[in-house]
Design a protein around this ligand. Sequence first.
Ligand code: PMP
Length: 307
Amino acid sequence: MSQQSEFIWLNGKMIPYEQATTHVLSHAIHYGSSVFEGIRAYDTPNGPAIFRLTDHMKRMYDSAKIYRMEIPYPLEELIQACKDTVAQNGFKDAYLRPFAYLGHVGLGLNPKSHIADVSVAAMQWGAYLGEDSLANGVDVCISSWNRLAPNTMPTAAKAGGNYLSSQLISGEAKRNGYVEGIALDTSGMLSEGAGENLFVIKNGVLFTPPTTACILPGLTRDTIMTLAKEFGYEVREEAIAREALYLADEFFMTGTAAEIVPVRSVDRIPVGTGARGPITERLQKAYFDLVKGLTDDPHGWLEYVNV
Ligand code: PMP
């Protein structure tokens, strides 16, 4: 569960948590016109480090660009705001939520101004899909909801409105006793989880749905593809049919919040042995060692809070 923090950065100022509010007529509340990021900071031997902070913040500016939303701060300032928010709250590890939204810009669908309000919050948040999910794996189902079609809403944008789709997918799954729901795209091929990308392993090869499967191209997905290739595994981005999940040797999901989560069953059909597989375990360990600063960081992905 998440825990409240003391301070939130809002429009250039660090203010008490309780004061970081917005008006009920904010555009974003009515129309989903916000973009955001989910980022984790981990406790490392050299103090807290925010994993791939710059890449996450660049994605937030990209999301804003798609919607013609203007973030009125340079990238460097928001990167610093993220570090300051972790530091001021005294967190060693944290989940960060930078957020840019259309606030008091009128209720017309086309806003009077495209300049966003911007906030950065940090909180402590354990394993997103449950404490034992990382070791034991989770049970998932295929959702009756499809992911957004490419000519409806752009899934490459991490925009507030997209998460109505995610809520339908995960809510349905949870009500039916599953931990997470997996969506197919509108052509019937695998897309992504409500908040996670997918990796299927068969005969030692890793398969992941391509960006054309209407996914958010996750940074954890990119990290895992990089680590897997460095280990010498073949990684293929290609269209995957639903039944490939039932016949997979291993299947896992990736996301900043979820981290690397093995899937032990899909639609109550066991995946492989029904327990975390060896390649999943190897990549999971490599990921956690990397984000916690226990191994080399050749890509410079750890961005330290106190430098
Ligand atoms: N897909 C969706 C819909 C998500 O919300 C997320 C979480 N941000 C992901 C994939 C994984 O992205 P990342 O690894 O960058 O957190």
